[in-house]
Design a protein around this ligand. Structure first.
Ligand SMILES: *Cc1c(COP(=O)(O)O)cnc(C)c1O
Length: 457
């Protein structure tokens, strides 16, 4: 068998008579001792990156030991099995009602929401609700329903492109530009028409971490309604920001305080501070979620509404979210997010003060910021080279092109999460300075082979 088709087992761990190599792509013919199987998997993933030096991801990689205990006690719970795990279901309800309150729903007891496997599923459900409501209204008015569109920034996360692709909705991208760096309501009337099912506003644009001004978008839609009669709702994709703004920018009106905001999603596993596998979506009032999207499942001899793309999924993450809500409370969440923000602003200030760079934003929305090379600074190297050099020190700091109409601009981004403290930030800054000094001393251009974005939002 050729080497590329086998996984070698360290002979120290293989027991007498056991194979010392297993086929990579075929199920083994016989059994293996659990210790050996454990070793193979354990050793293989040991080569995965070090999560604390991964400054590319938004997803939580650390919880405390009580969370770990709760996790091991509950990883067998199936969220869909509400009959068997009624108390997990009750806790799920509590969590989204807590979120409805944090997001200033007029009456959190009359909202509706659900947990999901992540924001992607939550966005799909919110988008489907927009589409279905629009279809109902159009049918009631005797109008065609075959050409729905959704209006959003060109800097949306890929889930919105997926939504449009999977559910036959035409995406209408409003391009960002130097003057309009986010969707800000500018020129919106040119994109919205009677076939628009909604506008997506992003609280914490993935590319940069900047908030889109949801209130200004809502005001632009108010003007459109006055001029044309079209009443277009907003969905806020708050994958990261909806777990930050309630604690760090509580005066910012981006949420259900704005009547036009019908629904909001967030990722429990980003700034919700839970391990991967959890999202949330909440509607402002129950009537904004069309009845015909809800299935009834049996529950304690009665029925409970179910709204999801998946059937079975882990319930443990929901319990972990509730644990964090109880454990941290508002002041704890504020303290955690504030310390991430302090680190982000310190890093941004320091990088912005370096000769070669210009900040795109400064980490004062979510604790995420991006920078670019000062235009005209050098032809010898670019941010992909800097990204490569930082990799040598174990840091993952992605560089990538901005979306339309700024695709000529390359930026580099740092996501500060719980766990990147000031000490680690100082190490990172030292490494960024050393890498930049090295690149600045080049007497000619870096070879360009391989200097391409390998990063997905
Ligand atoms: C991360 C992210 C998503 C996707 O969320 P998952 O929880 O990873 O599925 C969607 N929108 C935005 C703005 C994001 O940052």
């Amino acid at each position: 068998m050729s080497q590329e088709h086998v996984v070698a087992v360290n002979p120290i761990f293989a027991r007498p008579g056991e194979a010392v190599a297993v086929e990579r792509y075929r199920m083994p013919i016989g059994e293996m001792l659990p210790e050996t199987a454990y070793r193979i998997v354990h050793d293989e993933v040991m080569l995965d990156g070090n999560a604390r030096q991964n400054l590319a991801t938004f997803v939580g990689t650390w919880m405390d030991e009580y969370a770990a205990r709760l996790y091991t006690e509950s990883f067998d719970k199936n969220m869909v099995d509400k009959d068997e795990y009624p108390h997990t279901a009750i806790i799920e309800d509590r969590c989204w009602k807590i979120l409805a309150g944090l997001w200033n729903a007029p009456d959190p007891t009359h909202t509706i929401g659900t947990s999901t496997v992540g924001s992607s599923e939550a966005c799909m459900l919110a988008g489907l609700a927009l589409k279905r409501r629009w279809q109902h209204a159009r049918r009631a008015a005797g109008k065609p329903t075959d050409r729905p569109n959704l209006v959003m920034s060109s800097a949306v996360q890929v889930v919105w492109e997926k939504f449009c692709n999977y559910w036959d909705v035409t995406p209408r991208f409003v391009p960002i530009s130097e003057e309009h760096r986010t969707l800000d309501g500018h020129d919106l009337a040119a994109y919205v028409d009677e076939n628009t099912i909604g506008v997506v506003a992003i609280l914490g644009v993935t590319y940069t971490g900047a908030y889109e001004p949801v209130k200004r978008i809502a005001e632009a839609l108010d003007r459109i309604q006055r001029d044309t009669g079209l009443d277009v709702p907003i969905h806020v994709d708050g994958a990261s920001g909806a777990m930050v703004a309630p604690f760090l920018q509580s005066d910012l009106e981006w949420d259900f305080r704005l009547e036009r905001v019908h629904s909001i999603n967030t990722s429990g596993h980003k700034y919700g501070l839970v391990y991967p596998g959890l999202g949330w979506v909440v509607w402002r009032t129950a009537d904004l979620l069309p009845e015909d999207l809800i299935f009834k499942v049996s529950y304690l001899g009665g029925e409970t509404p179910s709204l999801a793309l998946n059937f079975s999924r882990p319930g443990a993450q929901v319990l972990l979210q509730y644990y964090q809500f109880l454990r941290l409370g508002r002041s704890g969440y504020r303290a955690v997010q504030k310390s991430s923000q302090d680190v982000a602003r310190h890093l941004a200030d320091s990088i912005g003060a370096m000769d070669a760079f210009e900040l795109w934003n400064d980490g004062s929305d979510i604790p995420v910021f991006a920078w670019r090379l000062k235009p005209g600074h050098t032809d010898n190297w670019n941010l992909y080279d800097l990204s490569d050099r930082l990799r040598m020190k174990g840091w993952q700091v992605p560089a990538y092109p901005m979306p339309d109409n700024l695709a000529d601009t390359t930026v580099q981004r740092i996501v500060v999460r719980d766990g990147l403290g000031m000490d680690l930030a100082r190490d990172l800054l030292d490494d960024i300075r050393a890498a930049t000094d090295f690149l600045e001393r080049l007497s000619g251009p870096m070879p360009t082979d391989g200097a391409a974005p390998g990063f997905h939002h």
